[in-house]
Each structure stands twice: as structure tokens, then as C-alpha cells.
Design a protein around this ligand. Structure first.
Ligand code: GAR
Length: 199
């Protein structure tokens, strides 16, 4: 099975997947990084790990369709079976999501459906939540919305700062995402409507 990770930023989740593949915890080939930001840290991580990089920027390809067609060409070339979104800050079109339905997963740093969007950790912290967490889910046509695969909770203690909470969330992400990918690649996830069951 061939996996593509889509990322736009730091790439710590990308590196967690690289480590899990190298350790044999995920028995699949991490074949491609798709990145829309040439200056992103994740590009250096992929280069060091020897993973093929597809840099596809929106600026040079003004139309979304053209942008996604370029990505699709890379996915076809690398025979990708699973798309792993890890901080990919471009919303994919409905047509793209439908094309890869059931084969795109995302990680989000909150307990969905609470605190969707680009700053899930900060929003839960500022709200005064006592518990937040991490969600891995299949991607559907709405943002941070599809069927939930795994969730993990993190307690927000009184002495937590936003920074200490971020550390706890990322630590949990780096366990949960490789685990969800392992389940997918071993054919252990069954998706029926909104419900995901683990065999
Ligand atoms: C992760 O915390 C991920 O949950 C979040 O982007 C971060 C990427 O970090 N994704 C979202 O907020 C999606 N709505 P990383 O680049 O270090 O892996």
C-alpha cells in the first residue's frame, strides 16, 4: 500500500509517520509528500527521509481545479492508496474528496465536533475547556467533519499554558495518527455511513 502525506507546515506528524513506517509499525510505503508551501519545515524533513516531494503551490496555479489536477497526477504516478492530511492548510474541493472517498484521513487537534478550524488547541484553551484532545477522521466534503476513526482526550490542568497544552496535544497526535494509519493499512476499518468500526 502506498501512502501520500499532505502537509503545509512544521511536519511533526509527517515525521511521526516516517518513524512508524521505519519501525515497521505501519507496513506500507510512504511514497510521497504533497506540500503547497516551499518554505515549510516539512520539506526538509522529507528530503532528509528520502521521500519524494511534490511541491504544488496555489500561486503559480491560480485555479483550484488546475492545482488539484496537478496533485492528482502525482498521486496517480505514485499509485497512492491512502491520503494522510497532516496540517494541510488548503481545503480540498468536493470533487477531489469524492474521487478519493474513504481513502483520505485527517488529524485535528480537538475533540470534534468541538473547535473545528485552524486553531483548535487555542480555541479550546481560550474557551476554558477542562478536557480537549485529538481526532483522526475520514475526510468528507465539510471541513473537520467526516466519520471519526480514533479520538484521544487531554486534560487541561489549571497550571497549563497554551504552550504546555500544545506539547501534550502534539505528543498524543504522534501516537494516534500512526495507529489510525496502521488500522487502515491492515484493512481493520469498516466505514458505514458516519460510523467507523474497528475489526
Ligand atoms: C497538527 O496539530 C494538526 O492537528 C493540525 O495542524 C497541525 C500540524 O502540525 N491540523 C489542523 O488544525 C486541521 N484543521 P505538524 O505540521 O507539526 O504535523
Amino acid at each position: 500500500m502506498n501512502i501520500a502525506v499532505f502537509a503545509s507546515g512544521r511536519g511533526t506528524n509527517f515525521s511521526a509517520v516516517v518513524r512508524a513506517v521505519k519501525a515497521g509499525k505501519i507496513k506500507a510505503n510512504l511514497a510521497l509528500l504533497v506540500c503547497d508551501n516551499p518554505g515549510a519545515q516539512v520539506v526538509g524533513r522529507a528530503r532528509r527521509a528520502g521521500i519524494k516531494i511534490a511541491l504544488v503551490t496555489r500561486k503559480e496555479l491560480s485555479a483550484k481545479e488546475e492545482f488539484e489536477n496537478k496533485i492528482i497526477a502525482y498521486l496517480q504516478e505514485c499509485k497512492i492508496d491512502l491520503i494522510v492530511l497532516a496540517g494541510f492548510m488548503c481545503l480540498l474541493s468536493s470533487a477531489f474528496v469524492r474521487r478519493y472517498s474513504g481513502r483520505i484521513i485527517n488529524i485535528h487537534p480537538s475533540l470534534l465536533p468541538s473547535f473545528k478550524g485552524v486553531q483548535g488547541i487555542k480555541d479550546a484553551f481560550d474557551y476554558g475547556s477542562k478536557v480537549t484532545g485529538v481526532t483522526v477522521h475520514f475526510v468528507d466534503e465539510k471541513m473537520d467533519h467526516g466519520p471519526i476513526i480514533l479520538q484521544g482526550a487531554v486534560r487541561i490542568e489549571e497550571n497549563d499554558t497554551l504552550e504546555s497544552l500544545e506539547v501534550k496535544i502534539h505528543r498524543l497526535e504522534h501516537k494516534l495518527y500512526p495507529e489510525a494509519i496502521r488500522l487502515f493499512t491492515e484493512g481493520k476499518l469498516r466505514l458505514e455511513g458516519r460510523k467507523v468500526t474497528i475489526k
